[in-house]
Design a protein around this ligand. Sequence first.
Ligand code: GLY
Length: 395
Amino acid sequence: MTRLLPDARADVLVIGGGIIGLAVAWRTAQRGLRTVVVDPSPGDGAGRVAAGMLAPVTELQYGEEPLLRLGVASNRRYADFAAELAEASGGLDTGYRACGTIAVALDSDDRAELRELHAFHLRLGLDSTWLTGREARKLEPMLAPGVRGGLHVADDHQVDPRRLLTALLPAGERAGVTVRRAGAVELLVEGGRAVGARLSTGESVGADQVVLAAGPHSHRLPGLPEGVLPAVRPVKGQVLRLRVPDAYRPFLSRNVRAVVRGGHLYLVPRENGELVIGATTEEQGYDTTVTAGGVYELLRDAHELVPGITELPLLETSAGLRPGSPDNAPLLGPTALPGLVAATGHYRNGVLLTPVTADLVSEYLATGELPELAQPFSPTRFSPDSARSTTKALA
Ligand code: GLY
């Protein structure tokens, strides 16, 4: 066996400098651990495409109650997280906005779907208020006359993920994080333990603990032993960015989600006049092409919901890859390979779950204890042994 003689050493090596990797690194360095992030293009990835809705209640799906708990916990941390990050980055604002969200329906089937979601909210004791079409239009006068009703969730907010990423880099560096602009090309494993990574520059970085935060590329890292991490599949989302000219403001005052003939759409209006419209959901592998069909679908549905959007300048089209685990919930904490920790698989919730992921994973890295809130999201939940012990516990 060749023994590792690393070119550099860290307590914690984070592979992936997207929104999750940078936030975990920042929190970890704050705990006094020497932290290195490797990424050929830190601050890029799905976070640069995401709209930044912080919507654990309006995005709730049946059977995802543990994820709701995690999402609500993260949402509650956001205001403080954003304020602390602004200070730690030397004054960079993250665009956090406690604006609330409405979800509306365009036809009677869409309304039935939202009625069921509302009933589910009430069963779980969540703060969610039913609106008639008229009440929805009173809150958001730009909504089409055909809007048939919906619900208002005062606690689902927004942040600007691009500004968040911009702030995370200097905040991390000021806390002592070293960012290496290079790819990790191989996980280094010695004696059954992750001990670092080899980089695209040919150098190696040794570390006591390695965090995999490489989104949909996490399970593809050469050197990762089979079965340690389930596949994290890429789920493409196409997104549009428009600008609301001053004369048209306020165009929308809060996030607007909609069910449009069974399809799901959202509009996120920022304080600076940007309006983000998203998103398609496509299982197309690692392709990030923006397609005419994707843009058409978004504009068609958005126009039906808010006819005035056709007057707005279209600034940008983009596509990103959400990292989807087999159950669409994140992978947080130690893996079956000693020394290797996961912070990936956040699927539709990466921006929302950034503060809580950073807190929980850095807590584990610093203490060796995985907080209770993270335990349902252990990466080992997909292993055959885990299934056997769950079955036994249920019997
Ligand atoms: N959370 C919004 C999306 O993934 O499209």
